[in-house]
Design a protein around this ligand. Structure first.
Ligand SMILES: [Zn+2]
Ligand SMILES: [Zn+2]
Length: 224
């Protein structure tokens, strides 16, 4: 916990207005600017399925170069923990309907964060995917579940698509308690930034093997 956050007032991350991590005007503006896109090919998509490449059950809020990506990077790289709440709220509002049993359907929702490399989380003093997942759970009435663990701390930056896929296959394992995933009607797998979707696919495979029925993947931003 950063003591400064307790003492200093919060400023809007976009316009600098005092009072909150993001003011209502900027919240509305960010929502208007969103371009939901496919996590694999980057084409525009309105729902959960990409009409272009057929990637299914995924949704990205926008690209890394857009304000949403800049905010995601600030949360992650600058440890701006107060951004977790507005980012989760934006995601919850922009997310396509989950359908019966999901949001609005009263069903049970598990929010599963993609695990962060432990060395990175220690370095930054926060676990950014977990923070947003926690807020997303609060907003959607779901429960955050740590069902995935990271086997090693290898980072994927700068690797080719094939290398990322291969590496992702060895990077994650089922965590303690994952068997309980069957009791949820919907699982929302959350990651902040994606490049090829390889990590999401691997995490989804593990969740489905454990019995997860309806897995939806949501991401704040896609790198171009
Ligand atoms: Zn503002
Ligand atoms: Zn696509």
């Amino acid at each position: 916990m950063n003591l400064l956050n307790l003492v200093l007032p919060l400023y809007c991350a976009r316009c600098g207005r005092v009072g909150s991590a993001m003011c209502e005007d900027c919240m509305a503006k960010t929502l208007r600017e969103i371009e939901n896109c496919c996590v694999v090919c980057g084409n525009y998509q309105a729902g959960w399925r990409c009409p272009e490449c057929g990637a299914d059950d995924t949704f990205a809020f926008g690209f890394l170069a857009q304000p949403i990506g800049e905010l995601a990077a600030r949360l992650k790289l600058k440890s701006a923990r107060h951004l977790a709440r507005p980012l989760a709220r934006l995601l919850a509002e922009a997310m396509p309907e989950i359908g019966a049993g999901g949001r609005g359907g009263g069903g049970r929702i598990a929010i599963v964060p993609v695990p962060t490399a432990k060395s990175r989380a220690r370095e930054r003093g926060l676990d950014h995917t977990r923070l947003v997942a926690q807020e997303l759970a609060r907003i959607t009435g779901g429960r955050m579940c740590i069902y995935l663990e990271r086997k090693n701390d290898d980072l994927q930056r700068g690797k080719s698509k094939a290398e990322r896929k291969k590496q992702s296959e060895k990077m994650f394992v089922a965590g303690v308690g994952i068997a309980n995933v069957v009791s949820f009607e919907t699982v929302i797998l959350y990651d902040d930034i994606t490049t090829t979707g390889a990590t999401l696919d691997e995490c989804t495979r593990i969740l489905r093997e454990a019995g997860a029925k309806n897995v939806r993947r949501v991401v704040l931003a896609k790198t171009v």
